[in-house]
Design a protein around this ligand. Structure first.
Ligand code: BGC
Ligand code: BGC
Length: 757
């Protein structure tokens, strides 16, 4: 049964309470709103307190209308043939999804663009969906439109593509992350979209995992601090209508047992509490309006059905008040994949009762509606719980201003999105570069280098430089030209007059040309992909690329290797060139950014946000590995490049450190001849501890600008929670607490002890 018959119920008196734009075409260009009516229902009054508006609207809603609010459908279900063909919006499918079973939300999943992929067409499409929903739902409730803007508004052709999160992690700079998230939110908002499924607060610990690059790195504090900055940047972007950020994928998504995406994770409660959950907590507590649930299972329970995660931890312990949304089709998965529900209504009940507010149920609006209705009829789900979930969703919609400003001016979208914030994207990408080897000062490129050979198939490849989640879900689809600057192009533009830049066409050509070059820059990497397709059981540089670098090394001329990849690839034979620059997935401005660093316009300041394994088989690898009794080299933490590694064109010293129970004071100097930005990490270690402690654990960090010759003393406070551990034996599961005893705080080569009582 449809929720109601919206068309017949749209009476004249109700119509008077809102503005319904005359035609679908009109809304494309118009900036319209549902103005407050002094005599209209309370929920339509813009000035009324949100809680009262929510209550007022809720009491007017039928059960079926409430059920619809809890559903999110993919736009591909209302376009073209409504079966994933894409194309123009299809009126008859819109009727099913937005009127008969009026859903609360619509999502453009990876690659789901309007028929013509321009910012203006996006805004026109979103306006039209919104208009249909408002006009054809009985109470004229706007939908909230969601998208994965995970590195810029990345589905939109013409939008500036920022570095993927792993690169931003390498900046160790919350300011840059904040500003990048704000830029993304502005672009998202300009196309009429209100809800962004970013940031990712998962940790990168298993190099095999396909979503490694979507994280800020392996460390809880680094990832949590940057995710919190991203939430803040997205939700308070200047010059944009409001956008809700989403902390995903809560929680414990990132260590599937065998490295393959969405394979269940088995982790101890100690590891979960002390290591995996804190980054989500930091991001949630910075004010995120929504949280997306981990699609995987943890310790034998799918996260989507976990009351422990969704209610006990998230709501009761952390005080989260926003909306939880499932990941892709995950409520249904409780029945079809996980088989912990006998049918769909049971699956829905498990998720909703665990604390899920909205289901990303991309395919089936009617089935969702009937499924939850059946669950209510069978008394599996209470109306109270539905009211709670719907109240949260409506609250978010009111807070986003959707009732007052449901549309954007589509005519302004192109100007707002195309090429926006390229300066920021370039700075962010440059700041994300990690210089790992610089033998004999091969970098920055010497002005006396007259002939530079650029080799490797990733040198002139904008698509792989942008990575997955760019225009298409798996990366830029064939036939689409992504505007941007490749590394080759960046090098050509940056090279001084009189320096010849030669692109080697093949591996043989590269080897031949390198012999007569002053410098060879070889750009290697991995193919763009996303989620499971990006899993790599052997995360190493492909054999042909290793062979190329090996023969270039044999040329006897200096070689700089640039790696374009979402993870540290085992280098094998490619190891040991004079220069090594990790560029991550630097986006559309990446070519300029890489060249800025190669030619010394930017002094590199990026630091490894993850560990670089020496050998295949060392995964998962991370610096917080706990001590063991086998002293063999592969048994303890023995990376090729450690977490935090990174060189600069200047030199620094750590001159003094004092510590107390709240934080440390560190004096640092720039002892070289160039200005630079220095990451100052503070690690804690335990000479003796009750439960195993890693050799060091990041407890605070900052980034300081130091002019050549400058000294500076910085104070870094640490949150006590960064020191907390779950006490007890193997079955320890209590609340994490800070053990008494000695803590050694280290920054650079300086350290001090503090006794906590
Ligand atoms: C991913 C999410 C994403 C969602 C919508 C899922 O497959 O896991 O990160 O937000 O799709 O595209
Ligand atoms: C969508 C993605 C989504 C994925 C999940 C794709 O069709 O475009 O957004 O994450 O399916 O499997």
């Amino acid at each position: 049964m449809p929720a109601n018959e919206p068309r017949t119920r749209l009476t004249r008196s109700r119509l008077r309470n809102l503005v319904v734009l005359a035609t679908a075409a009109a809304c494309a260009a118009a900036v319209a709103s549902v103005p407050a009516q002094a005599d209209g229902p309370l929920y339509t009054r813009a000035g009324a307190p949100v809680d009262l508006r929510v209550k007022d609207l809720l009491k007017r809603m039928t059960l079926d209308e409430k059920i619809g609010q809890m559903d999110q459908i993919a736009v591909a279900r209302i376009q073209g043939d409504c079966e994933w063909s894409g194309g123009a919006l299809n009126e008859s499918c819109m009727k099913t999804v937005l009127a008969d079973y009026p859903v609360g939300s619509v999502i453009s999943g990876g690659g789901m663009a309007p028929a013509k992929n321009t910012p203006q067409d996006w805004a026109t499409m979103v306006n039209a969906v919104q208009k249909y929903a408002i006009t054809n739902s009985r109470l004229h409730i706007p939908i909230v439109y969601g998208v994965d803007g995970v590195h810029g508004h990345n589905n939109v052709l013409g939008a500036t593509i920022f570095p993927h999160q792993i690169g931003l992690g390498a900046t160790w700079d919350p300011g840059t992350v904040h500003d990048s998230a704000a830029a993304t939110a502005r672009a998202v908002a300009a196309t009429g979209i209100d809800w962004n499924f970013a940031p990712v607060a998962d940790l990168a610990r298993d190099q095999r995992w396909g979503r490694y690059y979507e994280t800020y790195g392996e460390d809880p504090l680094l990832a949590g601090t940057l995710a919190a900055a991203a939430v803040d940047g997205a939700e308070h972007a200047k010059g944009a209508k409001r956008v809700a950020a989403t902390v995903k994928h809560f929680g414990g998504y990132s260590e599937p047992a065998n490295g393959h995406d969405r394979v269940p994770a088995d982790v101890s409660i100690r590891y979960l509490q002390d290591t995996l959950l804190p980054s989500y907590k930091q991001a949630v507590q910075s004010g995120a309006k929504s949280v997306m649930v981990n699609s995987g299972a943890v310790n034998g329970v799918p996260a989507t059905a976990s009351t422990y995660l969704l209610t006990k931890v998230l709501r009761q312990q952390w005080g989260f008040k926003g909306v939880t949304v499932s990941d892709w089709e995950d409520v249904r998965a409780l029945q079809t994949r996980y088989k912990i529900a006998a049918d769909y209504p049971e699956a829905i009940a498990l998720a909703v009762n665990a604390g899920l507010d909205m289901a990303m149920e991309p395919y089936f609006a009617k089935e969702w509606s009937q499924g939850l209705r059946t669950a209510v009829d069978r008394r599996l789900v209470s109306q109270r719980r539905i009211d709670e979930a719907v109240s949260r969703i409506l609250k978010m919609k009111f807070e986003l201003g959707l009732f007052e400003h449901p549309y954007v001016d589509a005519a302004k979208a192109d100007a707002a999105v195309n090429g926006a914030d390229t300066g920021l994207a370039r700075t962010a990408a440059a700041e994300s570069q990690v210089l790992l080897r610089n033998e004999g000062g091969v970098l920055p490129v010497s002005p006396s280098a007259k002939r530079i050979v650029v080799a490797g198939s990733y040198a002139d490849d904008i698509n792989d430089q942008a990575g997955g989640w760019t225009i298409g879900w798996q990366g830029v689809p064939d036939g689409v030209t992504l505007p941007g600057t490749t590394i080759l192009k960046g090098i050509r533009e940056a090279a001084p007059a009189g320096t010849e830049v030669v692109q080697a066409k093949t591996a043989d050509d590269a080897v031949a040309q390198a012999k007569n070059a002053d410098l060879t820059i070889v750009v290697v990497g991995e193919k763009a992909a996303a989620e499971g397709a990006a899993d790599s059981p052997r995360p190493e540089l492909a054999a042909d690329q290793q062979a190329l670098v090996k023969s270039l090394k044999a040329s006897g001329k200096p070689v700089v290797t640039v790696v374009v990849a979402g993870r540290p690839l085992v280098l094998g034979d490619a190891e040991g060139t004079q220069g090594l620059l990790m560029s991550w997935l630097p986006g559309t401005e990446g070519g300029h950014a890489v060249a800025d660093v190669l030619f010394g316009k930017v002094n590199p300041s990026g630091r490894m946000p993850v560990s670089w394994p020496r050998n295949i088989g060392d995964e998962p690898m991370y610096y917080q590995q706990l001590p063991g009794t086998n002293g063999g080299p592969e048994s303890s933490y023995d990376p090729l490049y450690a977490f935090g590694a990174g060189l600069s064109y200047t030199t620094y010293s750590f001159d003094a450190l004092t510590a107390d129970t709240k934080g440390v004071k560190v004096t640092v100097s720039n002892t070289g001849a160039r200005d630079g930005d220095l990451v100052v990490p503070v690690y804690a270690s335990r000479p003796v501890s009750d439960v195993l402690a890693p050799a060091r654990k990041l407890v605070a960090f900052t980034k300081v600008h130091l002019r050549a010759g400058e000294h500076r003393t910085v104070r870094l406070d640490f949150a006590k929670s960064a020191l907390a551990v779950t006490p007890g034996d193997i079955d320890g599961s209590g609340t994490p607490r800070v053990e008494r005893g000695t803590y050694t705080f280290t920054a650079g080569d300086k350290s001090a002890d503090v006794v906590l009582r």
